[in-house]
Design a protein around this ligand. Structure first.
Ligand code: FAD
Length: 366
């Protein structure tokens, strides 16, 4: 008999498993995928660690979280500085003085502010009714047309005029020549890839891969006192209140016989016509030197039940549905729920670590 069955070998499940084992608990981890690591999984290919489910850059300002993850990896000094490719024109992201200089030839912050203000004022809408109006209110027309419109429409699979304004609450605009995407105190990529972290977290723990909990739920429930479930909450309750909606992604990995394909780890394609949203060139995350390279094209696709869920759609309808599932989950005593899927939220990795460490404290130390 196990003390804990953990459904999902992602970040949430694996840290929980590690901490439970440390406290003398007997743990079994299962995952329906054929590997550990969840969406952080990296696979080495000819010396390059491929971020299998999209670019993952660790960043946090929480020293406790940073110290915790550093017990399992050494991080390099990678700084996330993506670029945008709009019909062959290259712009720095996040929107900063380099971007504005390229767009308008402006040199000083006050010139850039003046330009943005001029464009915002011209089309300002007191009560924006869609994403387009909201974005123009925030940053004006040029940034919107070249760097937001096409990318956002591909991401959501809808025209910006049909998207609600709340999707873009704020757009960070920076009046310095600083291309560092994150404002956090700490950031980097684990040397050797993320999978190594999971090998350490799950060392000495029973694991069954390619094992779907729902194919044998009764059996798995019977062999553990408690179950931590990190999969989708609607599936746990057999979709009784309906399917929670997501955006899904499709990744196309490709080996290319060139040393350096695009000169940067992440390039966003911000026009509408290019079918993918970005291209990742993995070797730049770890400054790997090799004769060939591996790139991944990332496509945003409509979600259907049974597909990989990636980005929750946090509109009112889905939130109400989730709330109903949450009410059921709250009453459970055998089952614990956690992670991005069970909580139906987009969480960066550092937030997952904060959350699971809190949960561990509740479970074992109160
Ligand atoms: P997951 O990693 O999804 O783990 C859940 C696991 O449960 C999965 O392995 C799944 O197979 C398993 N499972 C589900 N159902 C079952 C079942 N029925 N039976 C058995 N197993 C099951 N965060 C950052 O901080 N920086 C980034 O740069 C970043 N980039 C991202 C890019 C993309 C494209 C996406 C989608 C996310 C990104 N994130 C990033 C967020 C990061 O991926 C999450 O914080 C993290 O993966 C959440 O971990 P988790 O354990 O909650 O979920």
């Amino acid at each position: 008999m196990y003390d804990y069955l953990i459904v999902g070998a992602g970040l949430y499940g694996s840290i929980f498993a590690y901490e439970a084992k440390k406290r003398g608990k007997k743990v079994l981890v299962i995952d329906k995928r054929n590997h550990i690591g969840g969406n952080l999984y990296t696979k080495e290919y000819e010396g390059i660690n491929v971020h299998y489910y999209g670019a993952h850059i660790f960043h946090t300002s929480n020293k406790k979280v940073w110290d915790y993850i550093n017990k399992f990896a050494t991080f390099n000094n990678y700084v996330n500085s993506p670029i945008a490719n709009y019909k062959g024109e290259i712009y720095n992201l996040p929107f900063n003085m380099n971007t504005f200089n390229k767009l308008w030839g402006v040199i000083t912050p006050s010139e850039a502010k003046e330009k943005i203000e001029e464009q915002r004022k011209k089309y300002y809408k007191e009560n924006p009714i869609n994403l387009e109006e909201q974005a123009i209110n925030l940053v004006g027309t040029d940034i919107y047309e070249k760097l937001i419109k096409g990318y956002t429409e591909k991401q959501w699979g809808r025209d910006s005029k049909e998207l609600p304004p709340f999707i873009i609450k704020r757009l960070p605009v920076r009046f310095t020549y600083n291309n560092n995407y994150f404002n956090d105190l700490y950031q980097g990529i684990p040397n050797g890839g993320y999978t190594k972290i999971f090998e350490k977290l799950l060392d000495g723990i029973d694991i069954r891969l390619s094992t779907d909990y729902f194919v044998n739920k009764e059996f798995f429930d019977s062999i553990a006192t408690k179950v931590l479930y990190t999969g989708p909450l609607d599936q746990f309750y057999d979709y009784q209140y309906g399917v929670l909606d997501y955006r899904s992604l499709r990744f196309e990995h490709e080996k290319i016989n060139t040393e350096n394909y695009q000169g940067n780890a992440v390039v966003n394609y911000t026009d509408k016509e290019t079918p993918y949203t970005r291209i990742i060139e993995h070797k730049h995350f770890e400054f790997t030197e090799s004769k060939t390279t591996i790139i991944t094209k990332e496509y945003s696709v409509d979600f259907e039940k049974g597909m990989e869920p990636y980005y929750p759609i946090n509109d009112q309808q889905n939130q109400e549905k989730y709330q109903k599932y949450f009410e059921l989950a709250k009453e459970e005593s055998k089952y614990l729920f956690g992670g991005r899927l069970a909580e139906y939220k987009y969480y960066d990795m550092h937030i997952i670590i904060e959350k699971v460490l809190e949960r561990i404290e509740q479970e074992f130390e109160r």
